[in-house]
Write a new protein. Structure first.
Length: 51
């Protein structure tokens, strides 16, 4: 159950970053961007410990 909660909050945060209130709205507002390897490290999950 905790894994689902982590996924839910991650999706909720991603929607917030996109300025969207729903998944369909994220599809409308979303854009692809090319990022550098350092940028990828910055946006990837970090400091998460699942037990």
């Amino acid at each position: 159950m905790r894994v689902v909660a982590h996924m839910f909050y991650g999706l909720q945060a991603a929607l917030g970053y996109a300025g969207a209130g729903s998944i369909p709205e994220a599809w409308e507002k979303g854009r692809l961007a090319k990022i550098t390897p350092l940028g990828y490290q910055e946006v990837s999950p970090h400091d998460i410990i699942l037990k």
